[in-house]
Design a protein around this ligand. Structure first.
Ligand SMILES: Cc1cc2nc3c(=O)[nH]c(=O)nc-3n(C[C@H](O)[C@H](O)[C@H](O)COP(=O)(O)OP(=O)(O)OC[C@H]3O[C@@H](n4cnc5c(N)ncnc54)[C@H](O)[C@@H]3O)c2cc1C
Length: 398
């Protein structure tokens, strides 16, 4: 963890930034690291369209808000202090290390912010971004029962009537469902299948006709709220349309491009955490009169783990350097593809080194491995990343 903290410190500029970093590190080293396993074991419950977290979530949330953590994701001209993307990336590594669910919560939150910022209506941006700056959570809802990897199959209907759009449909697998008070939603405004029929809206959780649907329990990310958003004849004001009608898919894909590198950061942080836990264990575990680390097979497995994590991180650093260049889409997809596959394979090696203990519920490595396994689904599966990479690659060669 110290290695991750050191690099975050090196990307903190100015007194205010440095003070923030120290406060942030204190919260992670204290409350989060101490209680993450207990929170994961207790999990989440849902009540009255809201999610209920186990303690000490409220205290973690209050501390993060107090140090201005929510402002980190907001540009300076909207009252935030999003100074550089590297800084946010290294924050995500630390969240991935200490509590991957928290990492995903903030990846989803930051994607909602990017999506709203991609719109054109300054009053709309001001209204919603200020709330996300001050501690409200955001979410992005694209997936439907029949539209997963293929967003062009989205059927959720939004029909215009006067000054409103009438929402009817369901979104599923939505991160931050029940936590967010601001949902960005990709819907079909033309009634025809296809990307040009899709538009983005920003919708508050209090909207009449909205209800939260609960999904069955996940294997991992035990304190990441994931649920269904169900809308029945819900009236959404026309000024909640983000950008132009029919341009929603492009806006959403751009926001996801930005979020992908943060997700890769969570994967790298999680990889280092698994490595550290496994190392701690294998140094203490005596078999054949020696610690496990003295076995060449174990030490080679650990070398492989560390090499893979560092390689993934190298791709992330490369992608961070491409932000604002035409190569960024491909670079961030490569980083996400490699880092999320890496963390699954690192977890698999970790499980082997931990022996039978890791097969039992609530062992730290089994908890972290379940998170690792979930990483590949987010922001487009590995196959979808390969689709993006090959498309961009072929474009650059022709
Ligand atoms: C923990 C978690 C959090 C999530 N959070 C969100 C969220 O906040 N917002 C949101 O909108 N969604 C969210 N999702 C949904 C996620 O984005 C989808 O699971 C993902 O896009 C894949 O869709 P699917 O599960 O329907 O799989 P499918 O699209 O049915 O795909 C199944 C398999 O087939 C492969 N496949 C599909 N088409 C092709 C093809 N043409 N060529 C090759 N392979 C193909 C896929 O790669 C995958 O391996 C979340 C999912 C999880 C697990």
């Amino acid at each position: 963890m110290d290695n991750l903290i050191r690099i975050l410190r090196s990307f903190s500029e100015g007194e205010e930034d440095k003070a923030f970093t120290e406060n942030f590190v204190d919260i992670l080293k204290g409350k989060v690291m101490t209680d993450v396993q207990r929170m994961y074991e207790r999990g989440l419950t849902f009540r009255d369209n809201k999610v209920v977290f186990p303690p000490p979530w409220e205290s973690i949330y209050a501390s993060l808000k107090e140090i201005g953590f929510f402002k980190r994701f907001i540009p300076v001209n909207f009252g935030g202090n999003r100074t550089n993307e590297e800084n946010i990336y290294f924050i995500m590594e630390l969240l991935g290390y200490t509590c991957p669910s928290l990492g995903i919560i903030f990846v989803a939150h930051s994607r909602a912010i990017d999506l709203i910022l991609a719109g054109k209506d300054e009053a709309q941006k001001k209204k919603f971004i200020s709330r996300l700056r001050d501690g409200d959570f955001g979410a992005i809802a694209m997936t439907e029962e029949r539209a997963g990897s293929d967003a062009t199959a989205i059927e959720f209907s939004a029909t215009k009537e006067g000054d409103y759009y009438i929402f009817n449909g369901e979104k599923t697998f939505v991160s931050n469902a029940g936590l967010a008070s601001i949902y960005t939603i990709l819907v079909n405004t033309r009634g025809k299948k296809g990307g040009r029929s899709l538009s983005v809206f920003v919708v508050e959780d209090k909207a009449e006709g909205f209800r939260l649907g609960v999904l069955s329990e996940k294997d991992g990310f035990k304190i990441l709220p994931t649920g269904k958003l169900i809308y029945k004849n819900c009236l959404v004001p026309k000024e909640n349309l983000v950008g132009d009608e029919g341009r929603g898919l492009l806006l959403a894909l751009d926001a996801i491009d930005k979020g992908r590198i943060l997700l890769a950061g969570v994967a790298c942080g999680l990889g280092y955490r698994i490595f550290d836990e496994v190392f701690k264990y294998s140094r203490k575990r005596i078999q054949f009169d020696h610690p496990l680390t003295t076995s060449q097979d174990i030490s080679f497995k650990m070398s492989d783990m560390h090499t893979q994590i560092n390689a993934a991180r190298g791709l992330c650093f490369h992608a961070l350097k491409q932000i604002n260049s035409p190569c960024y889409r491909s670079a961030s997809s490569q980083a996400k593809l490699f880092a999320t596959q890496m963390v699954t394979s690192v977890a698999q090696l970790g499980l082997m080194i931990m022996g039978g203990r890791a097969y039992f519920k609530n062992n730290i490595i089994s908890l972290l491995s379940a998170d690792a396994r979930g990483m590949e689904y987010l922001e487009g599966t590995s196959s979808m990343q390969k689709m993006i990479i090959s498309r961009e690659l072929f474009k650059s060669y022709t």
